[in-house]
Write a protein that binds this ligand. Structure first.
Ligand SMILES: Cc1cc2nc3c(=O)[nH]c(=O)nc-3n(C[C@H](O)[C@H](O)[C@H](O)COP(=O)(O)OP(=O)(O)OC[C@H]3O[C@@H](n4cnc5c(N)ncnc54)[C@H](O)[C@@H]3O)c2cc1C
Length: 488
């Protein structure tokens, strides 16, 4: 506390942070407030020595300086959606910086930009934009409770990515606190660090305070649909064809797949595929396009709904019909214990491969597979523009996801089984995954030595590690799978 006082920019009566120790009556509720994966909300989870919720940028800065001085590690949490709980768990004594109070969203309609603080969640950003304009949007994920601190620094994919790229592709500036306790913007941090935090994950490089994002144009009316097709309705052939065309659709059309087990209506189990889509235009424009390139789906006007872009956010978030956009300001989301893994696909999985995959769903499972199509703008952005190399040639991203409600009923084995099965069909050497779908199984068979990790690791590992060596040579910001220091 003395350290925080002495480094505070505020008058000494106020230290611009709130501090919670385990003895504080609100410690548990503050800790649990944004734990999205209940797998890590247990009494055996190692909690922080201190939870610090800064009230200003200077509060973040003084916390970094003081944690370092007192040899405590740091975990930074914005929205708490990390799949492996890395924003609020560590096996070393640590301080949790929770950015819940740093969530201002300032939209500039004239410039088509916004400054958003890292603790804001996507819902707050989307709400802030929609409050000022019905023809501006931001290209980012579908779940409104995700925090922009973690999401944008890991890429950020969503329904507008085929037209406008990832969230990270739409960042114009950023403010960050470094390990030395300096607050830098794009100009003062330099292009290397600015490059690294747009896809390389923020947690390795500092505490991101805010982003300046580019807003993108959307029409006043968009169309959404969710067409359900089962195996009996030819889902295998539809998925097979989708793989060949979804990345080639016009950029205004995004059709993702959600695949899961279902009842076929006659008491028998089947696999159901949801063709879940956002089109930047009217139903009248959409139907000829779909019937021209994907007639097999047999999309009908009755399956389509016209609405504003902000209503489409509620639609994808599965908010109840007619819900007010105010629900986007709600920071809580239904929670469960879950495990996920990811892949990237460059060649369509053959029909026979799909048929064998369906069998995995007939095991007693709540598992789901989500296929997000790339192509469009995603293919036009150069591989080296950001540390997100999955550009031209990537057909789609896969997310394997399974959740369970009782803590003792883990179904994570199902996912490992499906992941192993998919090995021949997905990217190789290295098998790639999406950093925002964090997966601590990755690299388990690899020696912990950095040299080996480099040969195994991502395409930009060396460049990221050099940035790391420049901005954080003592490796203060470290976590499982963070970028190590590497000087060549
Ligand atoms: C229900 C659900 C739906 C999702 N949907 C999508 C989707 O549609 N598209 C998509 O791309 N992803 C999606 N994700 C994944 C999501 O993008 C990542 O989990 C993302 O990292 C979450 O960011 P966060 O700030 O909420 O998480 P946190 O848990 O707060 O942080 C995640 C990571 O980022 C670091 N971090 C957080 N804030 C900062 C900061 N200010 N400075 C530096 N480092 C920071 C943390 O330390 C941690 O390592 C989803 C996740 C969930 C749980």
């Amino acid at each position: 506390m003395q350290c925080l006082y002495s480094h505070s920019a505020a008058p000494t009566s106020s230290i611009s942070v709130m501090v919670y120790t385990p003895e504080h009556p609100a410690y548990s509720s503050v800790l649990e407030s944004s734990i999205q994966n209940l797998r890590f909300n247990s009494s055996t989870t190692r909690g922080p020595r201190y939870i610090i919720t800064p009230l200003s940028e200077s509060g973040v800065k003084s916390t970094v300086i003081c944690a370092r001085r007192h040899k405590l590690q740091i975990r930074v949490r914005s929205g708490g959606h990390d799949y492996e709980g890395l924003s609020y768990i560590s096996f070393k004594p640590f301080v949790l910086i929770d950015l819940v109070h740093l969530r201002k969203v300032h939209v500039n309609v004239k410039d088509k930009t916004a400054w958003v603080e890292a603790g804001a969640n996507l819902g707050e950003v989307y709400y802030g934009i929609a409050n000022k304009s019905n023809v501006l949007a931001f290209s980012a994920g579908v779940c409104p409770t995700i925090g922009v601190g973690g999401h944008i620094s890991g890429g950020g994919q969503g329904t507008l990515m085929r037209k406008y790229g990832l969230a990270a592709d739409n960042v114009l500036d950023a403010r960050i606190v470094t390990a030395k306790g300096k607050i830098l913007d794009r100009k003062s941090m330099g292009e290397n660090l600015f490059w690294a935090i747009r896809g390389g994950g923020g947690a390795s490089f500092g505490v991101i305070l805010s982003w300046k994002i580019k807003l993108v144009d959307v029409p006043p009316v968009v169309t959404v649909f969710t067409a359900r097709r089962t195996l009996e309705q030819g889902a295998t052939k539809l998925v097979h064809k989708w793989q060949k065309i979804a990345d080639k659709f016009p950029e205004d059309l995004f059709v993702r797949l959600l695949i899961m087990r279902a009842d076929n209506g006659q008491g028998r189990k089947t696999v159901q595929v949801l063709f879940n889509s956002l089109f930047l235009g009217t139903t009248k424009q959409l139907l000829p396009l779909m019937n021209g390139s994907f007639p097999e789906l047999g999309l009908k006007a009755e399956e389509c709904l016209e609405m504003s872009w902000i209503q489409s956010i509620l639609y994808f978030a599965q908010s109840p019909k007619g819900a007010s956009i105010d629900v986007l300001l709600n920071r809580t989301h239904p929670r469960s214990s879950f495990k996920a893994k990811s892949d990237f696909v460059k060649t369509p999985v053959p029909e026979v491969g799909l048929k064998r995959l369906w069998k995995k769903f007939f095991q007693n499972t709540t598992g789901m597979i989500i296929l997000d199509p790339y192509g469009g703008r995603m293919s036009k952005i150069s591989e080296s523009e950001t540390p997100f190399p999955h550009r031209n040639g990537t057909l789609y991203n896969i997310q394997y996801y399974i959740s369970w409600s009782s803590p003792n009923a883990s179904q994570a084995n199902w996912i490992s089984n499906v992941y192993n099965y998919m090995t021949p069909y997905v990217s190789k050497s290295p098998r790639s995954s999406y950093i925002n779908y964090k997966d601590l199984d990755l690299g388990k068979n690899v020696s912990a030595s950095y040299t080996n990790a480099i040969s195994w690791g991502t395409k930009y590992f060396q460049r990221l590690a050099k940035v790391k060596a420049t901005v954080d040579p003592q490796n203060f910001f470290r976590a499982e799978q963070s970028i190590p220091v590497f000087a060549s």
